[in-house]
Design a protein around this ligand. Structure first.
Ligand SMILES: Nc1nc2c(ncn2[C@@H]2O[C@H](COP(=O)(O)OP(=O)(O)OP(=O)(O)O)[C@@H](O)[C@H]2O)c(=O)[nH]1
Ligand SMILES: [Mg+2]
Length: 463
C-alpha cells in the first residue's frame, strides 16, 4: 500500500461475519457513489440524487438480473467529512454470512477492490484526518479489555499525546530558529542568545520527555495487565485462592499435597486492571517425573511474573519447604498471603517479615473468602503505587512511542552535553534536529512505509 493507490475504491464487510441484527458493508473512494447507485434501489426505482449523511431505506440488487439480495438502510457520506476523508457508502443489511458476502461480492464486481486490514483507517491517516498516534489509538480502543485501557485509548484518540508531541516539536523549532540565526548571520546585529537561555529551554524539554517516558510502565499495566503467579509449597491453598479470586471452582482442590500438577492461567479484573493469574504446582522436592516437570514450570513462571503471591499455611509453623521458596521470591514484587486464618494460627512470621521487609503480609481464608478483597486492594496498590486512576494526562503504553521518545531524549541529552562542553552551536543544532525527527516519527510524519504497514496490519479487515 502506498499513497499512489489512494485513487482506487476499497470495500469490506465492517462487522464481524456472523448472524446478527445488522451487518455493514463499507465502501470508500471515488467509485463509492457510482457503484452504490448501480446496486441500490428505492421502492424498485433507481436512485436519483442522494443527500450526504442521510439514511435511505431500500434494497440491494444484482444489477445483472435485478434480483434482490436484501432490504437495507443505506447512507452516502460525501467527502471530506467522513472516516477516510473520501466518499464513503455504508450499507446496513441483515447480518447473515451469505447476505454480507453476496453484497460485498456485487460491490467488488462493480468496481471496488477488497480492502486490506486497517485500510480505511490507513486512508484516514494518509489523508491527514488523524495522525499515527490516533490511528494506533483506534486499534487500542478495539482491543481494550478493561475500562482503564479504554480510557487511555480514548485520550490518545482525542489527541492528548499528539498535542504534547507537537508542543515539544514547536519548542525545538523555536530553539533552532534562535540558534540558526546566530550561526547563519554571525556578523549581523542579532542579539546573541545566552547559553543560559538555551540550556533552560533544553532542560525544560528534557523534563517533559522524562515525565512522559516514566508513564510507560503504568500504561503497560493498564493495557496488558499484570502477570501474577501464585506459589507456595503443596497443600497451602494455592488452588483454593485462585478459585476464590475467580469466584468459581476452576482448579481442583483436594487435601492431598501435590494435587496441582500443571499451571492454570485465568484472568480477573481488579478495579479496571486485568490480572493474569497463574496457579502452579506446589514447590517441593519432586517425588516423581510429573511433579518434577510441574516444579520446573512453576520456577519458570516465577521468574517471568510481574508479581508473586506467596501462599503460606497459617495453621502450621513454617517448615523447610516454605523456607526453600524464600530465595526464589526475594528479588520479586511479592505479597504474602497467610492462608487458613479460619483455623488457629500457629505460624511465626517475625523472621520472614524481617527477610521480606517490603512485602505486605495479608491474612486470608481462601476457603471462606475472608481477606480476599484486602488482597485484591493490596495487589492494585503494590503494582500501581497506590494510584487509583491514570494520573498523568498523557500516558504512553506503546513500545514504538517509548522508543521514539527515548531517542528524542537521548538527542536532547546530547545537546545538553554539547552546550556544557561549550561546543559550537552547530553541534547543538544537529542534536536538536535529530530530536525533532524522532518526535515527528511518533506522529507519523517521517515514518517508514514498513513501520506503517506493521501498524495497520494489526487491524481487522473493514476497519
Ligand atoms: N481451613 C481451611 N482449609 C483450606 C483453606 N484453603 C485451602 N484449604 C484446604 O487445604 C487443602 C489444600 O488446598 P489446595 O487449594 O488444593 O492447595 P494447593 O496449595 O493448591 O495444593 P497443591 O496443588 O497440592 O500444591 C484442601 O483440603 C483445602 O480445602 C482455608 O482457607 N482454610
Ligand atoms: Mg493446587
Amino acid at each position: 500500500m502506498s499513497k499512489g493507490t489512494l485513487g482506487d475504491t476499497i470495500a469490506a464487510i465492517s462487522t464481524p461475519l456472523g448472524m446478527g441484527g445488522i451487518g455493514i458493508v463499507r465502501i470508500s473512494g471515488p467509485q463509492a457513489l457510482p457503484i452504490a447507485k448501480k446496486i441500490f434501489r428505492r421502492r424498485g426505482q433507481e436512485v436519483g440524487s442522494l443527500l450526504s449523511h442521510r439514511f435511505y431505506f431500500g434494497e440491494i440488487i444484482r444489477p445483472e438480473d435485478q434480483t434482490v439480495i436484501d432490504e437495507v438502510l443505506f447512507v452516502f457520506m460525501g467527502q471530506p467529512k467522513t472516516y477516510t476523508r473520501e466518499n464513503v457508502v455504508e450499507i446496513q443489511c441483515h447480518s447473515g454470512v451469505l447476505v454480507l458476502k453476496e453484497i460485498l461480492e456485487v460491490v467488488l464486481r462493480w468496481g471496488a477492490r477488497l480492502a486490506e486490514p486497517g485500510e480505511f483507517t490507513k486512508r484516514a491517516f494518509l489523508n491527514g484526518r488523524i495522525d499515527l498516534t490516533q490511528a494506533e489509538a483506534v486499534i487500542d480502543l478495539i482491543n481494550a479489555k478493561t475500562q482503564q485501557s479504554l480510557k487511555l485509548a480514548n485520550r490518545q484518540l482525542a489527541g492528548n499525546l499528539a498535542t504534547e508531541v507537537r508542543q515539544m516539536k514547536e519548542g525545538v523549532l523555536n530553539l533552532l530558529t534562535l540558534l540558526e540565526a546566530g550561526v547563519d548571520f554571525p556578523e549581523e546585529e542579532i542579539p546573541e542568545i545566552s547559553p543560559a537561555v538555551i540550556s533552560r529551554q533544553i532542560k525544560n524539554l528534557l523534563d517533559r520527555l522524562n515525565a512522559i517516558l516514566q508513564t510507560y510502565q503504568e500504561g503497560m499495566i493498564y493495557r496488558e495487565g499484570i502477570a501474577a503467579v501464585i506459589v507456595g509449597k503443596p497443600n497451602v491453598g494455592k488452588s483454593s485462592l485462585l478459585n476464590s479470586l475467580l469466584g468459581e471452582e476452576r482448579a481442583i482442590v483436594t487435601a492431598i499435597p501435590g494435587t496441582t500438577r500443571d499451571s492454570i492461567e485465568e484472568t480477573i479484573n481488579i478495579q479496571g486492571i486485568p490480572l493474569r493469574i497463574l496457579d502452579t504446582a506446589g514447590l517441593r522436592h519432586a517425588r516423581d517425573l510429573i511433579e518434577e516437570e510441574g516444579v520446573k514450570r512453576t520456577k519458570k513462571h516465577l521468574s517471568q511474573a510481574d508479581l508473586v503471591i506467596w501462599v503460606l499455611d497459617g495453621s502450621e509453623p513454617a517448615n523447610s519447604e516454605d523456607l526453600a521458596i524464600l530465595p526464589e521470591v526475594q528479588s520479586k514484587k511479592t505479597i504474602i498471603a497467610v492462608n487458613k486464618n479460619d483455623l488457629p494460627q500457629r505460624i511465626a512470621l517475625e523472621s520472614l517479615r524481617a527477610q521480606l521487609p517490603e512485602a505486605p503480609f495479608i491474612p486470608i481464608s481462601a476457603l471462606y473468602g475472608s481477606g480476599i478483597d484486602h488482597l485484591k486492594e493490596t495487589i492494585r496498590n503494590l503494582v500501581l503505587d497506590g494510584k487509583l486512576e491514570p494520573a498523568a494526562e498523557v500516558i504512553i503504553s506503546n513500545l514504538r512511542h517509548k522508543k521514539a521518545l527515548g531517542s528524542a531524549r537521548d538527542s536532547f541529552d546530547q545537546a545538553w552535553q554539547s552546550l556544557k562542553a561549550d561546543l559550537s552551536y552547530e553541534f547543538i543544532t544537529l542534536d536538536l534536529k535529530a530530536a525533532l525527527e524522532a518526535l515527528g516519527e511518533i506522529l507519523g510524519e517521517v515514518t517508514p512505509e514498513d513501520v506503517l504497514d506493521r501498524i495497520f496490519e494489526q487491524f481487522c479487515i473493514g476497519k
